[in-house]
Design a protein around this ligand. Structure first.
Ligand SMILES: [Zn+2]
Ligand SMILES: [Zn+2]
Length: 370
């Protein structure tokens, strides 16, 4: 808290008359009726507080000794600089709080937005509808009718609190509590705005354009400064956060910046090699299957994966080839396959057990099922 003498612009040795004069001059400039802006009202509150203490000889003496201006009645004990600490211990920081501001900052809001993989990769613009609090258009946030402003509360004289004498183990002390008349605001609204009932804000449905950057993923939040809820008394709006929820794709699986897909090809295509066209996020891409491709072989298609957020370059698309073993063979197909095995000298099936390091550690001999 600012020094009371400094607040009034007087010296420590100022006479009661000098203090009164300084206060009157400042109060004329800062009175809420003259100058209703919140900053000035705050200043007015400080000046009034300072005058309240310095104009009362007892409070002034206590303040000079290091207290916060609560008058005497301590049964002769001199608490000196420890005064504030003791007050805090007994009243939970029951020192002077002053009026609470009518204008308060608004809250942030969060909404979730589903995007598909394509939108997550390339970014998009979306219109969203949000129910939010906006500044009351009728009173522009003052909460008053017909261009009025809140008037100083006559009960607490703008301080927002009233003082009471309380008995405690350390004797009689003054304590303050929020003024009942103005609910602690220090000012009252005589005729509240009919549109917002004095709240200074109203609920309204808004359409907001959201730009989703390329490369987002689930959990990313897009901050839209000042698009959250307007605060009480038309206070500054909070921010709106749009949280991304990515919808799963039919066959593409995202792993960071890379995309994976499985591709089933026939045993014959895997042996002879072929070109297969797959649908990527960028449209059709040709995948070259080399002759003799084994099941599980990954084929990397460079730069057809996800966009890297804020960098713009792309991850890869990785196609995992699965060789499909034919089932339900016709008599003719079976004959051909047996002939094929004969040609290759595969009189029995050579199945290899692979170790974890990939090396073959044993051979199993078997015969074709008859
Ligand atoms: Zn209003
Ligand atoms: Zn009041």
């Amino acid at each position: 808290m600012a020094d009371h003498y400094e607040t009034l612009g007087v010296t420590k040795g100022a006479t009661a008359d000098e203090i009164k004069k300084a206060y009157r001059k400042l109060a004329r400039e800062l009175h809420p009726d003259v100058n209703p802006d919140p900053h000035t009202q705050e200043k007015f509150k400080e000046v009034t507080e300072a005058y309240d203490v310095l104009s009362d000889p007892q409070k002034r003496q206590s303040y000079d000794m290091g207290g916060s201006g609560f008058g005497g009645g301590f049964g002769g004990a001199n608490f000196g600089g420890g005064f504030s600490d003791i007050m805090d211990a007994f009243f939970g920081g029951g020192g002077s709080r002053g009026p609470r501001p009518r204008t308060r900052a608004g809250q942030d809001s969060l909404i979730r937005m589903q995007v598909d993989l394509n939108e997550a990769c390339f970014g998009t613009e979306r219109e969203i509808t949000v129910d939010s609090a906006v500044v009351c258009p009728k009173c522009t946030g003052t909460g008053c009718q017909d261009g009025d402003h809140p008037e100083m509360c006559l009960v607490c004289k703008g301080r927002g609190e009233t003082q009471q004498v309380v008995r405690s183990v350390i004797g009689q002390v003054m304590t303050s509590r929020p003024c009942n008349t103005c609910n602690g605001y220090g000012s009252v609204i005589k005729s509240p705005c009919r549109e917002c009932a004095g709240e200074g804000r109203v609920r309204s449905r808004q359409t907001i354009e959201v730009k989703i950057p390329a490369g987002v993923e689930t959990g990313n939040r897009i901050q839209m400064t000042g698009r959250g809820e307007v605060g009480a008394g038309g206070g500054p709006a909070g921010d709106l956060y749009v949280e991304i929820v990515e919808e799963p794709h039919e066959y593409l699986v995202r792993d960071g910046d890379n995309l994976h897909m499985s591709l089933d090809i026939s045993m014959v295509a895997a042996s002879l090699g072929t070109t297969v066209t797959v649908e990527s996020l960028d449209g059709p891409v040709d995948i070259q299957i080399k002759p003799g491709t084994q099941s599980g072989t990954p084929i990397v298609v460079k730069s057809k994966g996800m966009t890297r957020l804020r960098r713009g370059d792309r991850g890869d698309l990785i196609v995992h080839v699965e060789v499909h073993t034919p089932t339900k063979l016709s008599k003719e197909e079976e004959t051909l396959l047996r002939k094929f095995a004969d040609l290759r000298g595969e009189k029995s099936s050579d199945a290899h057990v692979k170790g974890q390091d990939g090396s073959i550690f044993s051979k199993i001999k078997g015969v074709f099922n008859k």
